[in-house]
Write a protein that binds this ligand. Structure first.
Ligand SMILES: [Zn+2]
Ligand SMILES: [Zn+2]
Length: 415
């Protein structure tokens, strides 16, 4: 071998040794023991992804899933505000139900009957814009229990949650009419619990060892609130939207997981979102909580894990948001995106991303369905009926097929 060839061979060996060392080391840092076979032979505990519907919750464990972390304009990456809290006792709660979150909720593969409790922090569309979709869509997807809704009063009755839900029912009277006498509509019933927006740490829910309290928030109008959930020695706090306030500081100290809005920096509201500077300052610091204010709040309340949400979290915005939070807070922190999952126990808080099954179908009903009561069908006019093309040579065989398989004798309405 020539001198040049020998030098090249030695160089290659040195590079290989360094490379092997770096590879082994980075794996060691990740806490894995078998660096070269981790993918093929990973133990269950080492899998870093959450697969909805495939993992039992420990009886002392709380699981929090981010189903909407974005803004009023939803986008494929981030729906608007929605947080799912699941407890080891089997209870499940939704905190806010903002526009675009329903499909993320569906991806959790939970039967609709098990998600019957929704807590709304305030009546902005990015905090309850998917309520109607979840409510009425749920009735066609096997919800057979009433949907229960908790939300604040307003300065006057028409600004409160009860009025909002009454108006929603009016808005969807046509949709409800089409279901009448056609499906089992028990899941269409709404049970509204409006509570005073100015209650300070007042209990608004207490069932099955779970206590939920509300705090006044400062955002928009009177009628914005934040939530505290206590269960089994674990404390979850959720700001919905608010600027920093004394009630939050006083009552959310030492939470296990504290989710608080952390809005885009005002300068990015100007450059990325086209706000005028004065708008950006008002919205970004006087109507919402800026990253620096968020950090200060977390320093004053010292949660085990601080979670910031309510901004478009991208490769170019996150470093800037993080930099600003770190000016005022040095503790444990996650800046949320949709499908982030937090498993909370007394010993550990594990943060992962959820796998998403794009082709999810609704879960089967949990109760026996009642047959439709055709007496309640709302008739359509002779005019509309007169336009129907019955195509009996095509439709009758479809009826015959079903009747043969299921031993029935149904006949088409249009003949
Ligand atoms: Zn809001
Ligand atoms: Zn909001």
């Amino acid at each position: 071998m020539s001198t040049v060839g020998k030098a090249a061979a030695i160089f290659a060996i040195v590079i290989a040794i360094i490379g092997g060392y770096v590879w082994g080391r980075s794996d060691q840092q990740a806490g894995r023991v078998a660096p070269f076979t981790e993918t093929a032979e990973a133990e269950k505990d080492e899998i870093d992804v959450y697969y909805p519907g495939a993992e039992e919750l420990g009886k002392d464990e709380m699981r929090v899933v981010a189903l909407g972390t974005g803004m009023p304009t939803s986008r494929p990456k981030q729906a608007a505000a929605c947080w799912l809290v699941e407890l080891g006792n089997g209870d499940k709660f939704l905190f806010d139900i903002g526009s675009g979150c329903h499909e993320r909720l569906a991806a959790q593969k939970i039967p609709y009957d098990l998600i019957d409790k929704v807590f709304i922090g305030h009546l902005h569309v990015d905090h309850y814009g998917d309520l109607a979709s979840f409510w009425l869509g749920g009735t066609t997807m096997n919800r057979l229990v009433p949907l229960r809704i908790w939300g604040p009063s307003g300065a006057t009755p028409e600004y409160g949650t009860q009025a909002a839900i009454d108006n929603m029912k009016e808005m969807y009277v046509w949709d409800i009419g089409t279901r009448s006498g056609v499906i089992d509509f028990r899941g269409g019933e709404l049970e509204v619990h409006e509570f005073p927006f100015d209650g300070i740490n007042e209990v608004i829910f207490q069932e099955n060892g779970v206590t939920i309290r509300s705090l006044p928030a400062i955002h928009g109008l009177d009628g914005a609130i934040s939530f505290i959930l206590d269960w089994n020695g674990l404390k979850f706090t959720y700001s919905s939207d608010t600027i920093p306030n004394k009630w939050w500081i006083e009552h959310t100290k030492n939470a296990d997981i504290s989710i608080h809005e952390c809005f885009l920096p005002s300068v990015l509201l100007v450059t990325k979102q086209g706000f005028a500077p004065i708008e950006a300052l008002q919205v970004g610091t006087q109507g919402h909580t800026s990253p620096e204010q968020f950090g200060k709040v977390m320093t004053m309340t010292e949660p085990r894990l601080a979670v910031g949400y309510h901004f478009f979290n991208d490769f170019d915005t996150q470093p800037e948001v993080m930099r600003r939070v770190r000016k005022t807070y040095q503790g444990p922190l996650a800046l949320a995106v949709d499908y982030m999952v937090f498993n909370v126990t007394k010993d550990e808080i594990r943060v992962r991303m959820s796998a998403v099954d794009e082709e999810v179908w609704p879960s089967p009903p949990m109760k026996k369905k009642n047959p439709p009561d055709f007496e309640n069908v709302i008739p359509i006019s002779d005019f509309t009926k007169s336009g129907a093309l019955a195509f009996p040579e095509i439709v009758q065989p479809i009826y015959d097929e079903i009747n043969q398989i299921y031993g029935t004798d149904f006949e088409p309405a249009f003949k």
